[in-house]
Design a protein around this ligand. Structure first.
Ligand SMILES: Cc1cc2nc3c(=O)[nH]c(=O)nc-3n(C[C@H](O)[C@H](O)[C@H](O)COP(=O)(O)OP(=O)(O)OC[C@H]3O[C@@H](n4cnc5c(N)ncnc54)[C@H](O)[C@@H]3O)c2cc1C
Length: 174
């Protein structure tokens, strides 16, 4: 493999001193490639190829980093929920820091949107841990700067988290 400026760099897990033989080449060392390589590495010789000089340079480094089981369609919600156990209790040595912290997450509705909020709650409540419907006073109590009386109804997701993306990403790669 050439090492000129425009060639992908090799990052991540190396199971052999030589890089000429591997079973799987993962293209891209964002969170998708890094995590895929991490889970394949115990069973396969894996190489991760990254075009940039550092990992996480693109979308992974720009994420709002929120974990929300009440977000997206049913497939997205199911995939999100599948990650909860791993992120909450990663393998020993994966990261020195917790991978996430609790946050309050609200889907807010103004006058006339109460039914939309209620319908959303019915749609997601079986997949999302800690989701509930409340009136706008809960939101105002948590956000004192919010204009009073504007928010009429909320979907409050108590199970939402904020990732430490660097800790998660490095855990997969290092
Ligand atoms: C503003 C914003 C907010 C977001 N907020 C959230 C959020 O709150 N919660 C959430 O879950 N998700 C969020 N996302 C989505 C999330 O960040 C992405 O889904 C995720 O980072 C995508 O990871 P990736 O590995 O697929 O892509 P990337 O991080 O873009 O990684 C792809 C990598 O592949 C490399 N690459 C591409 N082509 C080649 C090639 N030919 N050879 C070598 N390397 C190559 C690139 O250089 C790059 O490093 C957000 C995204 C954005 C932009």
């Amino acid at each position: 493999m050439s090492n000129d400026e425009n060639s992908p760099r090799i990052v991540g897990r190396r199971r052999e001193s030589t890089l000429e033989r591997f079973d799987v080449a993962v293209i891209g060392a964002g969170i998708a490639g890094a995590s895929l390589a991490y889970f394949l590495a115990p069973e396969r010789r894996v190489v991760v190829l990254e075009q940039e000089s550092e990992t996480g340079y693109h979308t992974t480094g720009r994420s709002a980093a929120i974990f929300v089981e009440s977000y997206g369609n049913a497939v997205i919600r199911a995939l999100t929920a599948e990650g909860r156990d791993f992120f909450g209790a990663p393998p020993a040595g994966f990261s020195d820091a917790p991978l996430w912290r609790d946050i309050d997450l609200f889907l807010i509705g103004t006058a006339g949107q109460e039914e939309t909020i209620a319908a959303r709650y019915e749609e997601v409540r079986h997949q999302a841990v800690g989701v509930e419907v409340a009136d706008g006073t809960l939101f105002e109590a948590r956000h004192p700067l919010a204009r009073k009386g504007v928010v009429k109804s909320v979907l409050f997701d108590r199970g939402a988290k904020e990732f430490d993306v660097a800790a998660l990403h490095h855990g997969f790669l290092l």
